[in-house]
Design a binder for this molecule. Structure first.
Ligand SMILES: Cc1ncc(COP(=O)(O)O)c(C=O)c1O
Length: 422
């Protein structure tokens, strides 16, 4: 779809865009934190509560089997969305963080030995680094870091070099798209290197899945994790994709209702349900999963490639205006990254405007951005600043949204930003 030509129609799908913030029309530039929800997704959540209502996988009545049917259809939608080879490779979770924690615990406890190691990058999100550090602590399985290049990119060459340095690496873990700098990691090449060294490839897809076509088979990753809320779905649900044989080999870390087929007093008697149900103990976030599937179909109707191209176009527009009008005032840390993430700081006569103060100033003008360390706390050391401001663009943003941001940045001074508080 030509997004620029259809932007008014697209925006009409998002009822929240009619609200104001601080008395101004909402200029939402924080879609990396969470994406806004279109009406079809909201309708699907309401449909579950007003029509379907029952729990899943446990009822023997019609309404309950309708829920089972709807969940199965949602699983197939997810399978197609990321091009998994079968629906059993899709495990529903509460989101990226839970998926990554599950993986870190399962792999560390069941597949790794003391002395094995994990490889990642300092640019990664806390949800990618901490689960492995914590899971591996007692077993003495360290998390090692590759060198990123001077722009902050993860490169296949640096991953290969890291295998020389850390030959005991058994798991390679990267975000496909960095949530701070927005660079896309060459996952396919990295997965090849990882597999040549007998290591597993885990991908954090939280920031890629909503912005580009995902093909887990082409990437040949072993696991791929993401959240529904970042792709216009409800919050509280997400996915752990795993290659079927690996999901079959591992056993869950959570136990409870609906993941077991049979158990008795003795621990050994437990028989789990088949993959993926053995990983889905307890009541699933049903309305969220159904809403996520609708969100996926909605994004496909717009076109993931068109979304990516439009975000890039708006980012270039920002960079052009910033270069012409804010050259001495704004430092952009990721002009070269591919998507719609702009990470920057603003200086007033050479003095850094504290990112949170700037975000509050922008909020007073109806502009929502993220500020601080963006959950990537090791990144500050790389950029050499205590924090940054992140504007993240999505397909419902407009050229006017960017104009408003640039105009507000022109106006920002240390004094005005502090005036918000005092
Ligand atoms: C790269 C990355 N990984 C993981 C997460 C965690 O996602 P969630 O909070 O939905 O679990 C985020 C969220 O911002 C992210 O950007």
């Amino acid at each position: 779809m030509n997004i620029k030509e259809n932007i008014e129609r697209i925006r009409a799908d998002f009822p929240i865009l009619k609200r104001t913030m601080s008395g101004y029309p909402l200029d939402y530039l924080d879609s990396c934190a969470t994406a806004l929800k279109p009406q079809p997704v909201i309708d699907e959540v309401v449909r579950y509560y007003t029509y379907l209502g029952a729990n899943a996988q446990r009822g023997d009545y019609e309404m309950s089997s309708q829920v089972d049917f709807a969940l199965d259809a949602a699983r197939k939608t997810v399978m197609k969305f990321i091009n998994a080879s079968r629906k059993e490779e899709i495990v529903f979770t509460s989101g990226t963080t839970e998926s990554l924690n599950m993986l870190a615990l399962m792999i560390t406890n069941q597949l790794l030995e003391p002395g094995d190691a994990i490889l990642t990058a300092e640019t990664e999100h806390a949800s990618s680094i901490l689960p492995w550090q914590q899971a591996g602590y007692d077993k003495k399985i360290p998390v090692n870091f590759i060198e990123v290049d001077q722009d902050g990119r993860i490169t296949a060459e640096n991953v290969a070099a890291a295998f020389e340095k850390f030959p005991n690496t058994k798991v390679v873990m990267f975000a496909q798209v960095s949530n701070v700098l927005g660079f896309t990691a060459p996952i396919k090449e990295i997965a090849k290197i990882a597999h040549e060294h007998g290591a597993l490839m885990v991908v954090d897809g939280a920031q890629s899945v909503a912005h580009q076509v995902i093909d887990v088979q082409d990437m040949d990753c072993d696991f791929f994790c993401f959240s529904g809320h970042k792709l216009c779905g409800p919050s509280g649900e997400g996915v752990l994709y795993g290659k079927f044989d690996l999901l079959e080999k591992l056993h869950p870390i959570f136990y409870g209702g609906e993941s077991n087929a049979r158990f008795s007093r003795s621990c050994e008697s437990l028989i789990l349900k088949r993959t993926p149900f053995k990983y889905e103990s307890g009541t699933m976030p049903i309305e969220g999963i159904l809403g996520m599937a609708v969100a996926m179909r909605y994004l496909q109707s717009i076109g993931l490639n068109d979304i990516h191209a439009y975000e890039w176009e708006l980012k270039q527009y920002f960079l052009k205006r910033a270069e012409a009008e804010l050259k001495d005032k704004v430092k952009v840390y990721n002009p070269k990254s591919e998507g719609g993430i702009i990470t920057f700081n603003v200086f007033d006569k050479g003095q850094l405007i504290f990112p949170q103060d700037l975000a509050s100033f922008l909020s007073s003008k109806g502009i929502a951005v993220r500020s601080g360390q963006h959950c990537a706390k090791l990144m500050g050391e790389i950029l050499g600043v205590p924090g940054t401001v992140r504007a993240s663009i999505y397909f419902y943003n407009t050229y006017e949204d960017i104009d408003r941001l640039v105009d507000a940045l022109k106006e920002a001074t240390v004094e005005k930003c502090l005036d918000i508080f005092f």
